[in-house]
Structure formats: C-alpha cells, structure tokens
Design a protein around this ligand. Structure first.
Ligand SMILES: [Zn+2]
Length: 155
C-alpha cells in the first residue's frame, strides 16, 4: 500500500488523512469532476476501466458508512446514485461495479467502476492480487474530455 502502518493508523484517526477535505482539484491519482451535496466526484487517473471514478465523502473524517448519521448516509447515497447515472450515461458500459473498502486510505469513499465485455477482468472482480496490474494513464486533454462529458451528464 506504499505507506507505513503507523501512517495508516494516523489516517484511521483522521490525522493527516489524504482524503479529508479540502483536497486539491487534481493530484497524481485523480481529477475533480464536480462537488455534489456531501461528496466530491473525481475521475481516477488510472483508466484501465474507462470512466473509473471515485466519490469521496466531504463533511468530515469517517472510516466507513457505519460512522455516518442517517442524514449523512442518505445524502451520500443520493450523491452516489446521481454520480452513477451520470457516469453511466457518459460512457455506456455493459455493467457497473461499486466498491467501498478503505484498505488503502480509510476515509469513506466509493469506487465507481465501469465494466465492459472487452475489459481485462470481465466476468471477475477487478481486484485479485496485492500487486496492482499495469495502470492505464491518459493525456491531460483526454482526462479533461472525460471530465467534461461526465459534468454534462450530472444536471
Ligand atoms: Zn479523512
């Protein structure tokens, strides 16, 4: 996971958590698409699964949905639904996967993973080994085009 367990436990407690707001609009891992009601939607720079996006809870540090109030959970779920419909409309995958794990960074977020019948893991879960397979990185104009496309589907 690229960081020490000491750092991980700091993050668990909300100390220097890399996913707590405020976050930069872009970083080596993601590009902001839009801020929703209680979360922000990002395009993941790793585009092995075309349209792969991440939705991160904004108001405060929380390691999982069990730590959210009912109101926070409902708003976050509405954001997830909104984001999922937009990303689906933008790229028309064959199937959508949703995952919330927190093993890398323990701040509540959803992986929105678009699946295609010709993707490298079709028919199987996207994560199978501890080592990440080869990433697929795009150019900045390609990322921008994808971000614009999702934004146009978010209304
Ligand atoms: Zn956090």
């Amino acid at each position: 996971m690229g960081s020490s367990w000491t750092e991980f436990w700091n993050w668990m407690n909300g100390a220097r958590c890399p996913l707590c707001a405020p976050r930069p609009k872009t970083d080596p891992y993601k590009i902001e698409i839009a801020q929703l009601t209680v979360s922000t939607l990002y395009l993941d720079r790793d585009q092995r699964f075309h349209g792969y996006s991440v939705l991160i809870f904004d108001p405060r540090h929380a390691t999982g949905i069990e730590q959210l109030t009912s109101e926070e959970y409902k708003a976050f779920t509405d954001d997830l639904h909104h984001a999922a419909k937009a990303v689906h409309e933008a790229f028309r995958p064959n199937l959508m996967n949703y995952a919330s794990l927190g093993n890398g960074i323990p701040h509540v977020h959803w992986h929105i993973i678009l699946r295609y019948e010709n993707d490298p893991r079709w028919g199987y879960p996207v994560w199978v080994t501890l080592e990440a397979p080869q990433k697929v990185l795009l150019s900045d104009p390609e990322y921008e085009s994808m971000v614009d496309r999702i934004r146009s589907c978010l209304q």
